[in-house]
Ligand binder design. Structure first.
Ligand code: MN3
Length: 245
């Protein structure tokens, strides 16, 4: 994919980090980003190479019963916060000077394991929080057309995505991406993602699910299939559609 398109995509998907407060999480009332905050120009800066945790746009308990409150709290405040802290440490320790997140992922194969794992964890979770919202819905409009065009039906798409989530051995992520105008489903191990140059599965992420046990074990224990099945109830399709190029 063209680098300029990827850069534009990243800016859009990370727009929330622009207004992130440092320190305690800020809970916003809005479920969807304000339109004006999505509009960026090439000149805008995202404070490159200083990752920050986006504010959750919904309370910890608002995804119940699909995602339990304690899991959301620990996942956001412990796991994700640690990835943010550790990637910023790695950037300092390794004197990483890439211009922005795109360059960081483009050069990830040259970086330390600490930078790779925590940079992935930092970005992936900022993306993941936005993939969810309270309430339910189904894809519509252009994202529905794209899914139908690539997979035949929403049902078939969900089957294939669920299979990717279920067959990712150990810890990792399953993704819906757009690549060269087509939608694709795949998965990545650990905290790798489809933006990383070394990933076997590449593209612009539209939707992603965390299938690390820390994402579901408190409530679902070993039943990853139930977690994935219920996760569809909280997918934010407006966000998925907004990621389409
Ligand atoms: Mn996680």
């Amino acid at each position: 994919m063209k680098k300029t398109n990827r850069r534009k995509f990243i800016k859009k998907s990370l727009q929330a980090s622009v207004y992130t407060a440092i320190g305690a999480p800020v809970i916003l009332n809005a479920c969807t980003p304000k339109k004006e905050s999505v509009e960026t120009t090439e000149e805008d800066s995202l404070s490159p190479l200083s990752f920050s945790q986006i504010a959750l746009a919904y309370p910890y308990d608002s995804l119940e019963p699909n995602i339990d409150t304690l899991t959301m709290d620990i996942h956001y405040n412990k796991h994700h916060a640690a990835y943010i802290k550790n990637v910023n440490e790695a950037i300092t320790e390794d004197e990483i000077e890439y211009a922005d997140v795109i360059d960081f992922f483009d050069n990830i194969s040259k970086l330390s394991i600490k930078a790779r794992n925590n940079g992935g964890g930092a970005w992936n979770h900022n993306f993941f929080w936005q993939c969810m919202h309270p309430g339910s819905g189904e894809p519509s409009g252009k994202i529905l057309e794209a899914i139908n065009g690539s997979f035949g039906s929403v049902e078939k798409f969900k089957e294939e995505f669920t299979k990717a989530a279920m067959t990712r051995f150990g810890s990792g992520w399953a993704w819906l991406v757009e690549d060269a105008g087509a939608l694709k489903i795949g998965s990545t191990p650990n905290q790798d993602n489809p933006l990383m140059v070394l990933s076997d599965f590449k593209g612009n992420p539209l939707l992603g699910i965390d299938v690390w046990e820390h994402a579901y074990y408190l409530h679902y224990q070993n039943k990853r299939n139930e977690y994935v099945g219920n996760w569809w109830n909280v997918v934010n399709w407006d966000f998925v559609a907004s990621n389409l190029g």
